[in-house]
Write a protein that binds this ligand. Structure first.
Ligand code: HEM
Length: 523
């Protein structure tokens, strides 16, 4: 039986205090013992209130993002049953977009309008550019990783960086500097590496291209060489941390409701903890790069960082700029090259067209800048492969005010609108009934490369935010393609999967890489 007063308030028997004193003592001791109890009570109430408020906010956020909907498309999205028929989410979207009479669909649970209609793409990227910025949602997804770099900002901050970057990337001196770097990387590292594995076991070409692209963009961006293309060395710490950070940032974008990753970030749990660690490492290494560049001197250098240093003194801002350039130049180039070689190993006709051009036009081991400019068939084949496998498969903008797209689709303010280059490359309404075929000839008029509207082919985006590195990237990729196909025969192991599965990431990469066998080409 629980005992109450006697044990709690023992009163001595020998000297009995007067009744008033006993009462005072009783009050005093009961008051003193009540203080901790009251403190505990207040803490519990406060904690319960805070927890209740937190849960209420989470619930409100969930309600606002509406992560449920009973329509057929949303149900298929939510229970992932599209995976029974399609290898990639993008394939399922392409299927839905082909079936849609306007080439536009809406995934309610994501509050996302997705379009493969060129008129809508032009409307959002050019006509109503100001109503479709990247927006806060996008910048919060990538904000931890990219900070205030050009990819992640709108308005004046974007205009300032765009102006500076276009002056640099558009200048003849930077372009020829970039070409020299790509050509040296090819002749001094890529060709010797492929020679060393020629006739031997398979090699992952995607991994080789990632290393190549990382070395090149680091040299172009800050004039320092991470030496990733040496296969005997592990990838540099920067490259590895960079890969993890971009993969985990992309996962945030795929979450049905942003609140899910935000809560994980707040509590520093799981993938968010890993992301935080990777970003810290990227930042530390980028800071180190900036310090080294300052130490080595930047006044007479051609790399982008040195040029930016002349007008930006804030190191944190410089770091954000550098990280955006790494993201821009690494994964896009390696993605484009990897799927190009996958397609070429399945298309003898196109391979023959490229060999003919190489044999007619190229004199040395690595093409010259002028030789590259004359290679229209290679150019067409590269455009054709990125039509089918664009490195950036989709790109989202954020609608500021209620709007109506060119096809009549209403878009509510504060929702996402996504244009989808991957699906657009598969639309018969754009490319005709042979659109699913790899046919470089569709880009040639009398043997000369003839581009399409960027809104039909938004692989490099279009309008005021069109990719600034397009010419540089194409020149770099053509250098690699021509130099490899001139000297080697590349065969995808087991024929390679022509229905590739893509890994989650900000840019497209093949899950499982691209294993190939390399042999010397008989000439
Ligand atoms: C095959 C290679 C490439 C592809 C397919 C590509 C594609 C794109 C796309 C789709 C965008 C728009 C992204 C967005 O706003 O969300 C973009 C922007 C950009 N790209 Fe590229 N890119 C490539 C290579 C490069 C390279 C090598 C560089 C520079 C060294 C570069 C620099 C940039 C920059 C600075 C922007 C930001 C433009 C702005 O926001 O105003 N890109 N690129």
């Amino acid at each position: 039986m629980p005992r109450f007063f006697p044990s709690q308030f023992p009163i001595s028997n020998s000297i009995s205090p007067p009744p008033r004193l006993a009462m005072e003592q009783f009050m005093d001791s009961s008051f003193r013992s009540a203080i901790p109890a009251a403190q505990n009570f207040i803490s519990v109430v406060f904690f319960s209130f805070a927890a209740g408020f937190f849960l209420f906010s989470v619930l409100l956020l969930l309600l606002r993002s509406r992560p449920w909907c009973n329509c057929e498309v949303c149900s298929v999205y939510l229970n992932s049953s599209w995976t029974t028929e399609f290898d990639n989410l993008s394939d399922w979207y392409a299927h839905l977009l082909r079936r849609s009479p306007t080439g536009t669909i809406h995934i309610h649970v994501l509050r996302n309008t997705i379009t493969a209609n060129p008129e809508n793409v032009e409307y959002m990227l050019k006509t109503r550019f100001d109503n479709f910025p990247k927006g806060k949602n996008f910048s919060s997804i990538l904000g931890d990783f990219l900070g205030h770099g050009i990819f992640n900002v709108d308005g004046d901050e974007w205009r300032f960086q765009r102006k500076m970057a276009s002056l640099e990337l558009g200048s003849i001196s930077v372009r020829s500097y970039a070409f020299e770097i790509a050509a040296a990387e090819v002749s001094q590292r890529l060709i010797p590496l492929l020679s060393s594995v020629s006739g031997a076991g398979p090699i992952d070409l995607q991994d080789v291209f990632r290393r190549f692209a990382f070395d090149s963009i680091c040299k172009i961006s800050f004039g320092l060489d991470p030496g990733c293309l040496d296969l005997s060395l592990p990838m540099s710490d920067l490259a590895t941390a960079f890969e993890i950070a971009s993969m985990l940032s992309a996962r945030r974008a795929a979450a049905p409701a942003p609140v899910l990753w935000k809560v994980k970030r707040l509590l520093n749990l799981g993938s968010e903890r890993e992301l935080r660690r990777a970003i810290r490492l990227v930042n530390d290494l980028a800071d180190e790069v900036i310090r080294q560049r300052r130490k080595l001197g930047f006044a007479s250098n051609h790399d982008l960082l040195s040029r930016f240093m002349a007008s930006v003194s804030n190191d944190k801002y410089l770091r954000d700029i550098v990280i955006s350039f790494l993201l821009a130049g690494r994964d896009t180039v390696s993605s484009g090259l990897t799927t190009f070689f996958l397609l070429i190993s399945h298309n003898q006709h196109a391979a023959a067209g490229i060999h003919e051009e190489i044999d007619n036009l190229i004199s040395g081991e690595v093409p010259t800048y002028d030789e590259l400019r004359g290679m229209h068939y290679v150019h067409a084949a590269l455009y054709e492969s990125m039509r089918l496998f664009p490195p950036v498969q989709f790109d989202s903008k954020f609608c500021i005010d209620d709007d109506v797209l060119a096809d009549g689709t209403f878009v509510r303010k504060n929702t996402r609108v996504t244009y989808h280059p991957y699906a657009m490359g598969r639309m018969e309404t754009i490319w005709g009934s042979d659109g699913h075929q790899f046919r470089p000839e569709r880009w040639l008029r009398n043997g000369v490369f003839s581009p399409e509207s960027p809104f039909k082919y938004p692989v490099f985006q279009g309008g005021p935010r069109v990719c600034l590195g397009k010419e540089m990237a194409i020149m770099e990729m053509k250098t690699v393609i021509v130099s490899i196909l001139r000297a080697f025969h590349i065969e995808a192991v087991d024929g390679g999967e022509l229905r590739p599965k893509f890994a989650v990431g900000l840019t497209a990469s093949l899950a499982g890489g691209l294993p190939v066998r390399v042999s010397r080409r008989a000439r």
